[in-house]
Write a protein that binds this ligand. Structure first.
Ligand SMILES: *Cc1c(COP(=O)(O)O)cnc(C)c1O
Length: 232
């Protein structure tokens, strides 16, 4: 067994255990393997071990990997910050975008999504920590952005995503994740049909699952430590 395959199995069993101890279905949270900074060969190893969904957060690096791996049936999620001059490549190559936090980006993605492709699946990123430097829409602006994004023809609004500040304080993290869950519930109460809570990374995915995560985005625990310090 390769290291990647062993790590994947370990992460998957932790995901199932976390779901079950929260009284949820063992399969309630899907694993998105975050392959940023790792070569296409690492993605192939994970694919061989049964993983299908991968996350990238740099456009150029992600598109290069998507093209290099187009012999495999993979699902690609763009999870990084997105500038308007890069939306076309994302609209053309990815299946999901998690980090939408303004209308301009959403409009461009919808306009640039190729006609033959299925709608781009999107999540709105919410700034749940109130940090000025962080991307994401403010909690009290989520509903308005969601209503507008839901009307775009080539996008399908699926839910919300957040990246809380790193913390050892489990109660603080729980509160951040719970806020995202409540915001999603409010959208559904308005009659929107949104089912995705994209939250939880290597250090906190079990806490996120306890608060309702349906997609966890895990890199380090599968592929190992990324070389460049501070790479997001
Ligand atoms: C890098 C990254 C992850 C994965 O982080 P790990 O700590 O390596 O699991 C998840 N989400 C986003 C948005 C990222 O940029």
């Amino acid at each position: 067994m390769t290291t990647i395959s062993a790590n994947l199995q370990a992460v998957k069993s932790r995901i199932r255990a976390a779901a079950q101890s929260a009284g949820r279905d063992a399969g309630a949270a899907r694993l998105l393997a975050v392959s940023k900074s790792w070569p296409a060969a690492s993605v192939r190893s994970a694919f061989a071990a049964g993983q299908r969904a991968f996350g990238e957060n740099y456009v150029q690096e992600g598109v290069a990997k998507i093209l290099a791996l187009d012999d495999l049936d993979l699902e690609w999620h763009f999870i990084g910050p997105l500038q308007s001059n890069k939306t076309r490549e994302v609209a053309e190559h990815f299946d999901w975008v998690h980090g939408i936090d303004r209308m301009k980006i959403a409009e461009r993605l919808s306009a640039q999504r190729p006609a033959g492709a299925p709608p781009l699946q999107v999540c709105l990123q919410v700034n749940v920590s109130g940090e000025a430097s962080k991307g994401g829409v403010k909690p009290d602006e989520v509903a308005e952005l969601a209503r507008a994004v839901a009307k775009l023809p080539r996008l399908r609004l699926r839910g919300l995503m957040a990246i809380p500040e790193p913390s050892d304080d489990v109660n603080l993290l729980r509160g951040r994740f719970a806020l995202l869950r409540e915001l999603l519930a409010r959208l559904n109460a308005e009659g929107m049909q949104v089912d995705v809570l994209s939250m939880g990374m290597s250090d906190d995915f079990e806490v996120a699952i306890a608060e309702g995560a349906t997609i966890v985005r895990v890199g380090t625990a599968i592929f190992g430590l990324r070389e460049k310090k501070g790479i997001r």
